[in-house]
Design a protein around this ligand. Structure first.
Ligand SMILES: CC(C)(COP(=O)(O)OP(=O)(O)OC[C@H]1O[C@@H](n2cnc3c(N)ncnc32)[C@H](O)[C@@H]1OP(=O)(O)O)[C@@H](O)C(=O)NCCC(=O)NCCS
Length: 157
């Protein structure tokens, strides 16, 4: 890990949604599915208001985010996205966001479900580190050529 940058993690406010959406747009630029992975601003407006979104802040600028929302009728949170600004990757920011996500899940006694690109080794590594023990390969999860692992973490009691 590189020298860590000072950053703080906090719950996102409605006022953050445009910055989060902007980071979502640039955070995937190196990804092979960069054209369609980012979500729109309107969706982020709803997420910050009605789900749990955590942001990492450095010099009053959002450098990372993670969001979870509750699955319908189930004691499960879905972890939709964790994204860290490229300049700040490899410095523990992603794991700082994960800590808040798992704390939120444990506080509710909920499991956490996410999907990860099988080639996304850093995300798979962090998921394993944070107790996502269940892992199922789903071919064509999003598109015929877009496969995913579906990972699940059970709450710590
Ligand atoms: C995945 C992501 C959120 C991780 O954020 P980050 O701030 O770089 O993560 P951290 O620095 O906290 O931790 C990264 C860990 O992965 C490890 N890692 C990095 N590259 C790796 C690789 N190729 N293989 C295995 N492990 C790797 C690091 O060593 C570190 O683990 P350690 O602390 O045990 O040594 C970030 O890379 C990102 O935003 N990627 C683009 C968006 C994305 O793919 N999001 C995930 C799907 S929603």
């Amino acid at each position: 890990m590189n020298r860590p940058s000072p950053y703080k993690i906090r719950r996102a406010q409605v006022a953050d949604f445009l910055q989060i959406a902007a980071l979502d747009r640039v955070g995937w630029q190196q990804n092979k599915a960069a054209d369609y992975i980012p979500d729109g601003e309107h969706l982020w407006r709803f997420f910050v208001a009605y789900s749990a979104v955590f942001v990492a802040e450095h010099d009053e600028k959002i450098i990372g985010f993670a969001n979870v929302f509750r699955a319908n009728d189930k004691a499960i949170f879905v972890l939709l996205k964790v994204v860290v600004d490229r300049k700040f990757r490899g410095q523990g920011v992603g794991q700082g966001l994960f800590s808040q996500v798992v704390k939120e899940c444990d506080r509710h006694g909920f499991a956490c479900l996410t999907t990860v690109d099988p080639e996304n080794n850093s995300m798979l590594h962090v998921c394993q580190k944070f107790g996502f023990t269940e892992k199922e390969y789903k071919a064509g999860y999003y598109r015929p050529e877009e496969h995913r692992y579906v990972l699940k973490r059970y709450p710590s009691r």
